[in-house]
Design a protein around this ligand. Structure first.
Ligand code: GLU
Length: 279
């Protein structure tokens, strides 16, 4: 007998600024898909980047999502069986995953100093993807290193030349070649924090997410996360990547553009119904 897991979707915003119409559109699609499947929708705050995330942004995030008409049955404000729903409070799970990856030799410590380390805590959106790491530290023996040494940043050793593919329910088949389209990516920083890639995969699995709905600029992140699921022996969710909203000049909406923030739109008198009509 086969059992199908009931649908569990998630909204996973980062409180690094005010949410804009592009977020709202992706989240609205996520909500519609959860409703159509008769499933649950959860809210998870991806707040690992303490320097960029603020309590004011976290409160605004929840207020803006609710104003827009989004509803969740589990989340930071309502609790639930997988609490806490805030990544900064979920370190134990990330450390366990790190130790698992280290024990299997899937990761290695890297002492190179690179810009991608700075950006690793947040999801790489359009134009922010990390450069392909040349593999300088690949041969470093990880057994001699401990995460607690705080000496290196840790990278996942990707299977060079392997095609990583999946079927996306919005975009169809998607395939990327490890080592060519993306390289050894960061999973842990020497300051003791997991990368977005690791934290996201660990949490989606721990929270029983069956489908991830997010922007199409995270397709390459999905390939990386599929490798993490495999290395950790976890079931991967299904994926639905939404096309990105652009402004009148064809530029992707970003948190730094105040004009399309839900706050500004609301202050200027727009209603959620009018905004949804633009989707
Ligand atoms: N916290 C990420 C962001 O706001 C979410 C990425 C994801 O949905 O996996 O961009």
């Amino acid at each position: 007998m086969t059992t199908t897991r009931s649908y569990r979707g998630r909204l996973a915003p980062s409180p690094t600024g005010f949410l804009h119409l592009g977020h709202a559109r992706t989240f609205w699609i996520a909500q519609q898909r959860a409703e159509a499947a008769g499933g649950a929708l959860i809210l998870r705050s991806e707040d690992l980047d303490a320097a960029r995330c603020g309590a004011d942004f976290s409160a605004a995030m929840i207020e803006d999502l609710r104003w827009f008409g989004l509803r969740w049955s589990e989340g930071p404000d309502v609790g639930g069986p997988h609490a806490p729903y805030v990544q900064s409070a979920r370190m134990a799970g990330y450390v366990a995953a790190f130790e698992n990856l280290r024990a299997s030799g899937s990761i290695y410590p890297c002492i190179c100093s690179r810009q991608d380390v700075l950006r690793a805590l947040t999801a790489p959106h359009a134009g922010e993807d990390e450069p392909i790491y040349p593999g300088t530290c690949r041969g470093r023996e990880n057994g001699k290193w401990q995460m607690a040494d705080g000496k290196g940043n840790w990278r996942f050793r990707v299977p060079d030349g392997e095609t990583i593919s999946f079927t996306d329910s919005a975009l169809g088949g998607h395939a990327e070649i490890a080592g060519r389209d993306f390289g050894d990516f960061l999973v842990w920083r020497k300051d003791g924090l997991p990368s977005y890639q690791l934290a996201c995969a660990v949490d989606d699995a721990a929270m029983g997410i069956t489908e991830v709905v997010r922007g199409a600029d995270l397709l390459t992140s999905t390939c990386r996360q599929l490798l993490l699921y495999r290395a950790l022996g976890l079931d991967a969710p299904a994926f639905h990547h939404c096309t990105l909203m652009t402004d009148v000049n064809g530029i992707r909406l970003a948190k730094r553009d105040d004009a399309t923030s839900l706050r500004s739109l609301r202050a200027s008198g727009a209603t959620p119904e009018e905004l949804r009509a633009q989707f």
